[in-house]
Design a protein around this ligand. Structure first.
Ligand code: GLA
Length: 376
C-alpha cells in the first residue's frame, strides 16, 4: 500500500472512522427502489443504536416495528393506564431516521389483558362494550401518533391454517364479523394514508391463502379499507417452498393489496411435529439433538441458510411491484425469539447477523441477489 494511503487509513481509524471504513453495504440502500427493509426492535436496541457491537439499525433499515411494547397488554395494562414511554421513544427514533414506522398490533388473541373482555365482576362484556373498548384503543393511538405511524397491523392471526375463523375471545363476544368490525374501527379512527394491514403466519398455506383472499375481497366489497397483508415469514430452511410463498404474494396482490413480509426469520434447528405443544416442548428442553449448533453453525448449514435467503430475495425482487417491505423479526441471532421458542434456551441462527453483530454468509447472499441482477 502506498505510504500516504496507509497513513490516511491509520489516521481515520484512530479518529474513530474504523467502523465507517469496515461498514458493510446498507441493506436499505441495496434495495432502495425495490422495497423497504425493516426490523423489529426493543427499547434497549434503539437506545444502543450504533454502539456496543450490534448491527446499526439506522445504517441498515428504513422501517421499524415494535417487538412487544405496543401490544395491548404492555401498552394499556389496566383500564385508563397507558405505558407509552417505549412507544414514544420508538416513534421518535423512526421519525429521526426517516423510516416507515409500523404499529404492531391493534387486535390479537395473545398479549391482550383479561380486563378487556370482562366487566368489573369478571363476567364477559357485551359485543357493544368490547367494540367500544377497541375503538378507544385506536382513538388513543390515532391521537398520540397520528400519521407518524405509517402502517398498522390491525388484526393479527385470526384465521386458522385450514381457513376457518379462529374462535378467539374476540369472535366469541363480537361474532363472526370481528375482523370486519376491527377494520371498520381502524378505518374510521386512523388518519387517511395510514396503511391498514392484516397480519398472520402460514400465509403461504393454500387453505389459509384462499380464506385471506376471500376476507380481503369481502372487506373491500363492504367499502372498508384494507391496504395490505403481512406475511409473517417465520419460515424454515426447507419449508414452505419458495414457489408456494410466491403464489401467495401473487394471490394477495391480485386481490388488490400490497404485500409486507413482516416477521422474517429462518429457523435452522431440527424440529419435531409435536414440539409446538408447550407441554411437549418443556420435556424436550435438555435434548441435545434438538439444539445441535450451540458452538456455531457448521459451514454446510451456513451455506444452506445463505441459499435459502438468496432464493427468497431473488423471488421477492421479481415481485418488487407487489411488495412494500421486508421486515426481519430481530436484529441479530443473539436476540431472536427462536432461541426461546418452542424450546427455551436453544442456540438458533435465523437472521442475517450473528451474535457478534457481524454479517453472515446469508447477509452477503442477500446483497448478491440484488447485485447479480438476477431480478428483472
Ligand atoms: C407473532 C407475533 C409477534 C411476536 C412473534 C414471536 O408472530 O405477531 O408479535 O410475538 O409471534 O416473537
Amino acid at each position: 500500500m502506498h505510504r500516504s494511503l496507509l497513513v490516511a487509513c491509520v489516521v481515520l481509524v484512530s479518529l474513530g472512522f474504523g467502523q465507517f471504513l469496515a461498514a458493510e453495504p446498507a441493506l436499505k440502500e441495496v434495495f432502495r427502489g425495490d422495497f423497504r427493509i425493516g426490523v423489529a426492535v426493543d427499547t434497549a436496541e434503539i437506545k444502543a443504536d450504533g454502539h456496543g457491537g450490534a448491527p446499526s439499525i439506522s445504517h441498515h433499515f428504513n422501517s421499524v416495528s415494535p417487538c412487544n411494547f405496543m401490544k395491548w397488554e404492555p401498552f394499556n395494562p389496566k383500564p385508563g393506564v397507558y405505558r407509552t414511554e417505549a412507544a414514544d421513544a420508538f416513534v421518535d427514533f423512526g421519525e429521526r431516521n426517516d423510516m416507515l414506522i409500523v404499529g404492531h398490533v391493534l387486535f390479537w388473541h395473545k398479549q391482550t389483558p383479561a380486563w378487556v373482555f370482562q366487566d368489573e365482576q369478571g363476567n364477559p362484556v357485551t359485543r357493544e362494550v368490547l367494540l367500544e373498548r377497541m375503538r378507544e384503543r385506536v382513538r388513543f393511538v390515532a391521537k398520540r401518533y397520528g400519521k407518524r405511524i405509517g402502517a398498522w397491523d390491525v388484526v393479527n392471526e385470526s384465521i386458522e391454517n385450514d381457513g376457518r375463523l379462529r374462535q378467539s375471545k374476540w369472535v366469541k363476544i363480537i361474532g363472526d364479523d370481528f375482523i370486519e368490525q376491527a377494520f371498520r374501527i381502524a378505518g374510521e379512527e386512523l388518519p387517511a394514508g395510514v396503511e391498514l394491514l392484516y397480519n398472520d403466519f402460514s400465509m403461504a398455506t393454500p387453505a389459509k391463502r384462499q380464506a385471506v383472499v376471500r376476507m380481503i375481497r369481502d372487506l373491500k366489497a363492504k367499502g372498508l379499507r384494507i391496504d395490505g397483508v403481512g406475511m409473517q415469514g417465520h419460515w424454515a430452511l426447507d419449508s414452505p417452498k419458495t414457489k408456494q410463498i410466491e403464489q401467495s404474494i401473487v394471490a394477495y396482490a391480485d386481490a388488490g393489496v400490497k404485500v409486507h413480509i413482516t416477521e422474517l426469520d429462518i429457523d435452522v434447528l431440527p424440529r419435531t411435529k409435536d414440539m409446538w405443544n408447550p407441554a411437549v416442548a418443556a420435556k424436550l428442553e435438555k435434548d441435545p439433538k434438538l439444539d445441535p449448533y450451540r458452538d456455531g453453525l457448521p459451514d454446510e448449514v451456513q451455506a444452506k441458510l445463505a441459499k435459502r435467503y438468496a432464493d427468497l430475495f431473488d423471488m421477492f425482487l421479481q415481485h418488487r411491484d407487489k411488495i412494500e417491505r421486508i421486515t426481519f423479526w430481530g436484529l441479530h441471532d443473539g436476540t431472536s425469539w427462536l432461541n426461546q421458542f418452542p424450546i427455551k434456551g436453544c442456540v438458533n441462527h435465523p437472521l442475517l447477523f450473528d451474535r457478534d453483530g457481524k454479517p453472515k454468509p446469508a447477509f452477503h447472499a442477500v446483497v448478491a441477489a440484488k447485485s447479480e441482477k438476477r431480478a428483472p
